[in-house]
Design a protein around this ligand. Structure first.
Ligand code: FAD
Ligand code: UDP
Length: 366
């Protein structure tokens, strides 16, 4: 009999398992995939750490969380500075003075601000009601048309007019010449890959792979006093209030016989016609010097059962459904829910670690 059955060997499950073990509890971790790490899993190809489920850059403003992950791996000095490729024109991201200069020839911040203000006024936006209006009011119509509309509508499979504005608020808009994608104080990529972090967290803990909780839920739950569930919350409750929607992704990975394909780890293709949203060239996350390179094209697609659920669609309809599941979850005494799928949230890694540490503290104290 274990103290905890942990469903999901992703970041949430691994942090919970590690912390519970440190506090003298016994854990069994299961995952339906054939590897640990969930979506942060990295796999070696041609000596390069390939981010199997999309580019992952660790960033946080919290010293506590930064110190915490650094206990499990050393981090390099990588700073995410993606480029946008709009029909062959290259722009810096996030939106900053380099972007404004390339687009309008402006040199000083107040010139850029003036153009954005004029475009916002011309669009007649007073109080933004959706992603399109929010984007135009932040950066103007030119940037919206070239760098946001096509990318966003491919990514989400919906008109930018039907998407909540908070999605775009993740991106900084800066009136300095600074191409750092994140505002956070700490940033980097774990040397040796994310896999190493999870391996270190789960060292000495019982892990069973290729085990789907739903195929034998009663037997599995009976193995422990409590269950920690990091899978899809609607599935846990048999979809009784309806299915929570997601966007999924298809990754096409190729080994190329050249040492440098695109000169940057992340290039976003922001036009509507290119079917993928971005190309990741993995070696650049690690300043790799291998003879070959590995690139991954990322194709967004609608999620349906059987596909990987990547991005929750936090619109009104899904938020309403989630609320009902959350009410059930809050009443459970022997099941703890956590992580991005159980919380139905667009969580970054540092947020998942933060949530797992708070959960364990509530459960078992310091
Ligand atoms: P997951 O990693 O999804 O782990 C859940 C695990 O549970 C999975 O391994 C799954 O197989 C398992 N599971 C589910 N159901 C069952 C079941 N029924 N039985 C057994 N096992 C089950 N964050 C950043 O901070 N920086 C980034 O740059 C970044 N980039 C991202 C890019 C993409 C494309 C995506 C999709 C996410 C990105 N993230 C990024 C977010 C990051 O991936 C998540 O915050 C983190 O992986 C969530 O960890 P988790 O444990 O909550 O979930
Ligand atoms: N976005 C965009 N153009 C870009 C990059 C991002 O319009 O070149 C928008 C898009 O709607 C995306 C959101 O900003 O979903 C958040 O971008 P982020 O890079 O944070 O997405 P993630 O890496 O989480 O997929």
């Amino acid at each position: 009999m274990y103290d905890y059955l942990i469903v999901g060997a992703g970041l949430f499950g691994a942090v919970f398992a590690y912390e519970a073990t440190q506090r003298g509890k016994s854990c069994l971790v299961i995952d339906k995939r054939d590897h640990i790490g969930g979506n942060v899993y990295t796999e070696e190809m041609e000596g390069i750490h390939v981010h199997k489920y999309g580019a992952h850059i660790f960033h946080t403003n919290s010293k506590k969380i930064w110190d915490y992950v650094n206990r499990f791996a050393d981090f390099n000095r990588y700073t995410n500075s993606p480029l946008a490729n709009y029909k062959g024109e290259i722009y810096n991201l996030p939106f900053n003075m380099n972007t404004f200069h390339k687009l309008w020839g402006v040199v000083r911040p107040e010139e850029a601000k003036q153009i954005i203000e004029e475009q916002k006024k011309a669009a007649g936006i007073v109080k933004p009601r959706n992603l399109e209006e929010q984007a135009i009011s932040l950066v103007g119509t030119d940037i919206y048309e070239k760098l946001i509309k096509g990318y966003t509508e491919k990514q989400w499979g919906r008109s930018a007019k039907d998407l909540p504005s908070f999605i775009i608020n993740r991106l900084p808009v800066r009136f300095t010449y600074d191409n750092n994608y994140f505002n956070d104080r700490y940033q980097g990529i774990p040397i040796g890959g994310y896999h190493r972090i999870i391996q270190n967290m789960l060292a000495g803990i019982d892990v069973r792979l290729n085990v789907d909780f739903f195929e034998e839920r009663d037997q599995l739950a009976a193995l422990a006093k409590k269950t920690v569930f990091t899978g899809m919350i609607d599935q846990y409750y048999g979809f009784r209030y309806g299915i929570l929607e997601y966007r999924s992704l298809r990754f096409e990975t190729k080994v190329l016989n050249m040492d440098n394909f695109q000169g940057n780890a992340v290039v976003n293709f922001t036009d509507a016609d290119t079917p993928y949203t971005r190309i990741i060239e993995h070696k650049h996350f690690d300043y790799g010097t291998q003879e070959k390179t590995v690139v991954t094209e990322e194709y967004p697609m609608e999620w349906k059962p059987g596909l990987e659920p990547y991005y929750p669609i936090n619109d009104d309809k899904n938020t309403q459904i989630f609320r009902q599941y959350k009410e059930l979850a809050d009443r459970e005494t022997n099941v703890i829910f956590g992580g991005r799928l159980a919380s139905y949230k667009y969580y970054d890694m540092h947020q998942v670690i933060g949530e797992a540490l708070t959960t364990i503290q509530t459960e078992l104290g310091e």
